[in-house]
Design a protein around this ligand. Structure first.
Ligand code: ATP
Length: 483
């Protein structure tokens, strides 16, 4: 049931979006804010979500101050804006596990899927009440009760990471081993799962554990700076046994990085265990200072590689078995499991989504899952994984909106610097992201000659090697176009 409070927050959010659209213009708004949604407003913090990490990092690095100031002009009590990524398949959809920890709020059992199945409810970013203690004072995020060692399936790709996590979590006499333990992997391969598992395990041993995402670390620090309690923040972190930081690649801002470095040093020197996860190895964390990178690399660095078919099959089988305790009639034959394991290769999150889609079909049709129904049920997940075809028109639109020119400027004869550079970038992106030939690209850029396109491509290639900011920018544009 909606409360009037929720309605007010939704009204404010609608006004914020209207203002952003008016201030930034339709193009920019549609490119970056069209999929930004309000999750909740808790204690002066507006939690907003977007569907991809890329959008999150883009908005954070380019627009977060703007969003906050517009928000504040509509709602004075909002002091912070935190942007999270909506889990595309929703963590809620994990099977409910029986845990001994009955004090935690139980998580809803998997929902039968309906037409909204592919866009399930966004998990709330707000902390459950039980977690609003020491953990929330430090900006800590709750641990998901479902992400435990018991529910983690070990296979070739994650055996080393699992063994290291297990050793850290079960170290005798609170010993500190591999400090920091640094896990890295692509999206959805189980890093967060292992971090939470370590956290749960150490909490059950009565150890003091703080789990922070990079956002929470940054906002925790900024908030305590504002309140002039940064010393206390550091000191309190030093009083814990285990600090877990997830998605460390998102830590940005000079002062925050420094603080992060100090915190690492202080905790490691004080013999506290640190466990970190990121989407890349320490050496590739371009945002971070060299000293911090080498500190991160100084413990044990382990990569989780892509889930192989045997592991995918085990994850699917275990999930389906777990769901059967709630939906006893849910039957999925080994041939269907094998088909799903072969088709969904990307990550654990998509496997979870596939199982939920199978459950939805089984529940809605009341019949057993066959290969044909499985194929229909997971079609969108399989299709989404095919590399996206990028259109030149989309490149032109995106680049134009990014550089505040119009698409017709890009196609025009105009030769002012404000137009030439974006045009060259758009040509370069067309060359590297599409299969079009140089003459074809030239034709689509207002009927230009192929040598003009070649010149633009070479020019941008050269500039990318010399200008890091440009190279980051172009990389972001590429990712945005390919998402
Ligand atoms: N080995 C595994 N056993 C069981 N579940 C797994 C395993 N690997 C991944 N999963 C599941 O896949 C989903 C995604 O995993 P997780 O959130 O840990 O990924 P991640 O590597 O942290 O991804 P991201 O970088 O997007 O945060 C979770 O539901 C997790 O439980």
């Amino acid at each position: 049931m909606e409360t009037s409070g929720e309605q007010t927050a939704a009204d404010v959010w609608a006004r914020v979006k209207r203002r952003l659209r008016a201030e930034l213009g339709e193009d920019i708004f549609a490119s970056w804010f069209g999929r930004l949604e309000l999750d909740s407003v808790v204690e002066g913090c507006a939690y907003l979500t977007v569907p991809t990490r890329f959008l999150k990092s883009w908005i954070e690095s380019h627009y977060v101050d703007r969003v906050l100031s517009v928000y504040r002009s509509e709602a004075k009590d909002v002091e912070r804006v935190v942007i999270g990524v909506r889990n595309s398949l929703g963590r809620e959809s994990l099977p409910q596990r029986r845990t001994s920890d009955m004090s935690r709020p139980s998580t809803p059992a998997p929902m039968p899927m309906t037409a909204q199945a592919s866009e399930p409810k966004v998990p709330s970013l707000a902390l459950p009440h039980e977690e609003r203690t020491e953990n929330s004072d430090l900006g800590g995020a709750p641990l998901d009760p479902r992400l435990t060692f018991e529910s983690f399936i070990v296979g070739r790709s994650n055996a080393l990471a699992h063994a290291a996590a297990d050793r850290v979590a079960h170290a005798p006499n609170g010993q500190v081993i591999y400090n920091p333990l640094y896990l890295h992997a692509g999206v959805g391969l189980g890093k967060t799962h292992l971090l939470h598992a370590i956290g749960h395990e150490m909490r059950t041993q009565g150890r003091r554990v703080i789990y922070l995402t990079a956002d929470r670390f940054m906002y925790g620090f900024v908030a305590s700076l504002k309140a002039q309690t940064s010393l206390a923040f550091k000191e309190r972190l030093r009083g814990i046994d285990l600090l877990i930081i997830d998605d460390v690649q998102f830590i940005q801002g000079k002062q925050i990085q420094q603080e992060f470095g100090h915190t690492l040093n202080a905790l490691i020197d004080a013999g506290r265990q640190i466990v970190i996860a990121a989407d890349r190895p320490p050496a590739d964390l371009e945002n971070l200072d060299e000293r911090v990178r080498s500190r991160l690399a100084g413990g044990l660095v382990v990569e989780v590689t892509a889930l192989d078919e045997a592991l995918r099959t085990s994850i699917l089988t275990t999930r389906i078995e777990a769901l059967k305790s709630i939906h006893p009639t849910f039957e999925v034959g080994p041939n269907v499991i094998a088909y799903v394991a072969r088709s969904i290769t990307a990550n654990g999150r998509d496997l979870e989504g596939a199982v939920n889609r199978l459950l939805a079909h089984a529940t809605l049709t009341g019949s057993a899952i066959t290969l044909e129904t499985a194929e229909i049920a997971i079609r969108d997940l399989v299709r989404n994984r095919e590399p996206k075809r990028v259109k030149i028109e989309d490149i032109q639109k995106l680049v134009a909106s990014r550089y505040n020119v119009s698409r017709s400027d890009i196609l025009s004869e105009r030769r002012t610097a404000a137009v030439v550079r974006p045009r060259q970038i758009a040509m370069y992106l067309s060359k590297v992201l599409t299969l079009r030939s140089l003459p074809e690209i030239g034709r689509r850029f207002g009927g230009r000659d192929h040598t003009t396109v070649l010149h633009a491509v070479r020019k941008i290639e050269k500039a990318l090697g010399e200008d890091h900011a440009l190279s980051d920018e172009v990389e972001l544009l590429k990712r945005m176009l390919q998402e």
